[in-house]
Design a protein around this ligand. Structure first.
Ligand SMILES: Cc1cc2nc3c(=O)[nH]c(=O)nc-3n(C[C@H](O)[C@H](O)[C@H](O)COP(=O)(O)O)c2cc1C
Length: 234
């Protein structure tokens, strides 16, 4: 099949102003819960989502990595870059994720804290686009999260000079073995590793609709507090 012929109609759900929560982070949480499929707002909503997900599973569509998001950053040279990271929390500070501070994204966020996130949940024909400014979370919080990770991932964080060129796979694995010997017990938090929180300035909820007349509802943070909501043309 030609790439240009790959397309589909979006038709399963709708989004209008009356459905939106006044708080965009709560609205986001509802959509994430829908994608996770475990904690709907009511019993009937949960049953509806469970049936819907069952149907999708029978069609062979998986809802894995529902907390995966594309993170876009801009380098000091003005060039953008993007990659997938996992959302690890959401609260009044915004969207929280963890990474290597000396990676490409880490150094770009250091020099320019403006960033954007995109979530896409194909099962629900939904996209969320977020823009804002990041700041580092506290060392205590990074430590608490690091401790909750499997030992192999902790060692991986030490062994990988993320985004820097490495001579071979063998060298990477040798580094991992060396770190495993160095820390036979608890693995400490690397000084170059931790979390960022992205404070939302703008967040858009996109629901696919037939004929490409999609619903796009956007919240903009107001300087005096609160949010302005508007509908964007699809
Ligand atoms: C599903 C998925 C989840 C990922 N989650 C993370 C993450 O939470 N943190 C992270 O640093 N990298 C994560 N990665 C790897 C990044 O996409 C990327 O390769 C890495 O962070 C280096 O990016 P950079 O060189 O642009 O800094 C993930 C990749 C995938 C495919």
């Amino acid at each position: 099949m030609a790439i240009a012929d790959i397309r589909r109609e979006y038709k399963v759900l709708t989004l209008d102003e009356t459905q939106l929560d006044p708080d965009p982070l709560r609205q986001f949480s509802f959509w994430l819960e829908d994608a996770i499929g475990t904690q709907g707002r009511s019993r009937w909503r949960r049953i509806g989502i469970a049936l819907y997900k069952l149907g999708q599973a029978l069609l062979g569509r998986s809802g894995a990595d529902v907390n995966a998001m594309t993170l876009a950053t801009v380098g000091a040279d003005g060039h953008p870059s993007s990659r997938t990271v996992l959302l690890k929390g959401i609260d009044e500070r915004g969207f929280i994720f963890f990474t290597n501070y000396t990676s490409r994204k880490g150094t770009e966020l250091e020099s320019n804290p403006h960033a954007a996130l995109t979530f896409y949940w194909p099962e629900f024909e939904r996209q969320v686009c977020v823009a804002g400014k990041v700041s580092k979370v506290s060392r205590e919080e990074s430590e608490a999260y690091f401790k909750s990770r499997p030992r192999d991932s902790q060692l991986g964080a030490w062994a990988s000079a993320q985004s820097h060129e490495v001579a071979s796979r063998a060298e990477l694995e040798a580094r991992w073995e060396a770190v495993a010997r160095q820390y036979p017990g608890e693995v400490p938090l690397p000084p170059f590793w931790g979390g960022f929180a992205l404070r939302v300035e703008r967040i858009e909820f996109w629901q696919g609709r037939p004929g490409r007349l999609h619903d796009r509802l956007c919240y903009w943070r107001l300087p005096a507090g609160g949010w302005r909501v508007g509908r964007l043309s699809p």
